[in-house]
Design a protein around this ligand. Structure first.
Ligand code: HEM
Length: 552
């Protein structure tokens, strides 16, 4: 089945980006669930602004037009800086994490000095083109992460003062951000949506004849990193059919007559199959991305300004007159007094963004919203025992994470979720209303939820293999040659202890080491977004399962 779309349907319309979305300079601390947060602020845009979702019938949340691989010559200096950081795209030739240690850090320092003295380029001419704006965000955020993560690690624990981001990056970046509705940090959009090309970019992408098979940018030039990004790209492409089924289901929910309910039943059953396919693609990450390379060589580049937990010093985006960037253009500010005050506010605003995560995929959020999976802590009655309190905390973290991730999506995709969440005829309600008369409808709805639960279980397997298990293994010489940071006196005990967990009995001093190492490892076992990982992922899975209507 492949429901065809009428030309006037919102998924068929071209996007319109003339109006810049609200500024996203400040990370949210909202505690609401994904769908309830969306619904509460929702304006139903079905009839008014439906062209603004930037969702393509052929490629879903991936732009149909191939991503721009290089900005015009006016911005050549950014492109050249990025190419230099990547060592021309050769494995082992790019800049190194933490400057690569004391003997080789000169190269990284020279490159950073180049960035500090680079001219602030105007971005006004980019406004004429959405693909160019996307490329500008991508180039600037890759430069930003190269700039931040080539700094040698501070000798005495985490940084205590914000790391300053030079004006040559911060001013154009903070000007481009509100135009796309993205924050000033590397996002899933930069690493996946705007980063993938099919074999022949001049032809439409497809799974069979023209698959997405290369990425424009990586930090490490490794095939592992490319494969990691492309796994998500393939999930997005597989999601196109799921989106089409969701759209067709909502049309039937609107009609809600007996024929419509029969069709809805078959669409939901088919949706389950599509979701299972997406889950299988997630497992395919193992076919081309080595878990140790991912964990030690690739992933550290993704860390955001919040990576040291709630006490993170964060990053300070330097620049004069950045407040004016909210209109989409930097114009400067001559009022010194006001400027000083604004500078402080700006630093506070721009500090602690999280690194990229596939948790920012609008597709997976859309499945939650469509099936009415909520991640709200409000659902659990207040609890008093420690265990329950703990679970409540995880749930709150989960809700906060899911809601926060909305702010890392391009504005039109966020608007799409708002639209979906405010749909006047939600499918779940219809299934509930018909549950006695239509057990097959309940079964089909539950099968879609069952598939989403399985997807999350597959994802948990991957996260366990790529993060939890790797955090317990020491860095090898080979990984260091590939670009992993060499262990410092601070990280060494964790490695030593983790390699001593065999059958050997520990004496007391070793035991203390082991406990410290475990604490460090536990801190390490946090996702890019700073969430206590496995508990969090389990909670997401359990909420999916709880949404089922029928009982086994
Ligand atoms: C090696 C592959 C992967 C690893 C190691 C991984 C790791 C993680 C981690 C650590 C989180 C916790 C949140 C955070 O801190 O970012 C997370 C969340 C999430 N990831 Fe992945 N991920 C992988 C692949 C994928 C893929 C391919 C997708 C689908 C496009 C995906 C979708 C999600 C979603 C939707 C969440 C939010 C939690 C949920 O909805 O269950 N991940 N992932």
């Amino acid at each position: 089945m492949s429901p065809s779309l009428p030309a006037s349907h919102f998924l068929s319309l071209a996007p319109n980006h003339t109006a810049p979305p609200a500024s996203l300079l400040s990370p949210s601390t909202s505690q609401q669930t994904t769908s309830s947060a969306l619904t509460r602020s929702a304006v139903n845009t079905a009839t008014t602004a439906s062209a603004d979702f930037d969702v393509d019938v052929r490629t879903g949340f991936l732009p149909f037009e191939p991503a721009v691989a290089r900005l015009p010559d006016e911005w050549a200096v950014w492109e050249e800086a990025l190419s230099a950081a990547r060592g021309g795209g050769v494995v082992g030739q790019g800049l190194r994490l933490g400057g690569g240690g004391s003997s080789t850090d000169q190269r990284e320092e020279v490159w950073r000095r180049g960035i500090q003295t680079m001219k602030v380029l105007p971005v006004a001419p980019l406004r004429r083109s959405l693909p160019l704006l996307r490329r500008a965000h991508q180039v600037l955020t890759f430069l930003l992460h190269f700039y931040v993560h080539t700094h040698p690690a501070p000798a005495n624990g985490p940084r205590t003062t914000p790391l300053e981001i030079p004006e040559s990056i911060s001013i154009p970046l903070l000007t481009v951000c509100p135009l796309l509705g993205l924050p000033p940090i590397l996002t899933y959009a930069d690493t996946v949506l705007y980063n993938s090309h099919p074999t022949d970019p001049s032809l439409p992408p497809s799974f069979g004849s023209n698959p997405y098979d290369h990425t424009l940018e990586t930090f490490t030039n490794t095939p592992d990193e490319s494969h990691f990004f492309l796994t998500s790209t393939r999930c997005e492409l597989a999601g196109v059919q799921a989106l089409s089924l969701m759209r067709a289901s909502l049309d039937e929910a609107f009609m809600a007559d007996p024929l419509a309910l029969t069709r809805l039943t078959s669409y939901l059953a088919e949706l389950a199959g599509r979701i299972d396919e997406i889950g299988d693609i997630i497992l395919d990450v193992m076919k081309g991305c080595d878990p140790a390379v991912f964990y030690h060589v690739v992933r550290p580049w993704f860390k955001g300004g919040d990576a040291d937990g709630p006490g993170s010093a964060g990053w300070a985006f330097l620049g004069k007159g950045l407040e004016n960037a909210q209109d989409g253009e930097f114009t400067g500010n001559d009022n010194d007094e006001e400027e000083d005050e604004d500078m402080e506010t700006r630093e506070l605003k721009a500090r602690k963004f999280s690194g990229p995560s596939a948790g920012q995929s609008t597709l997976i959020h859309a499945l939650d919203v469509f099936l009415n999976v909520t991640h709200s802590p409000l659902e659990d009655p207040a609890s008093t025992s420690d265990g329950q309190e703990d679970s409540k905390q995880t749930k709150t973290a989960e809700t906060t994470f899911m809601t926060r991730m909305l702010e890392y999506m391009p504005a039109p995709h966020r608007a799409f979720l708002t639209h979906l969440a405010s749909h006047p005829h939600p499918v779940r309600q219809l299934v509930l209303d018909n549950q006695l008369a239509r057990p097959q409808l309940v079964q089909a709805y539950d099968s879609a939820l069952g598939a989403l639960k399985r997807l999350r279980e597959k994802h948990m397997r991957v996260a366990t293999l790529y993060i939890i298990q790797q955090a317990r293994k020491p860095v090898t010489e080979e990984l260091i040659r590939m670009g992993a940071a060499a262990p410092t006196p601070e990280t060494a005990p964790a490695a030593a202890a983790s390699s001593s967990t065999g059958s050997k009995k520990l004496d007391l001093s070793e035991f203390i080491h082991e406990a410290e190492a475990k604490k460090e490892a536990d801190e390490e076992i946090r996702g890019t977004g700073g969430t206590a990982l496995i508990k969090f992922l389990k909670m997401c899975r359990d909420n999916t399962n709880k949404t089922r209507i029928g009982r086994d």
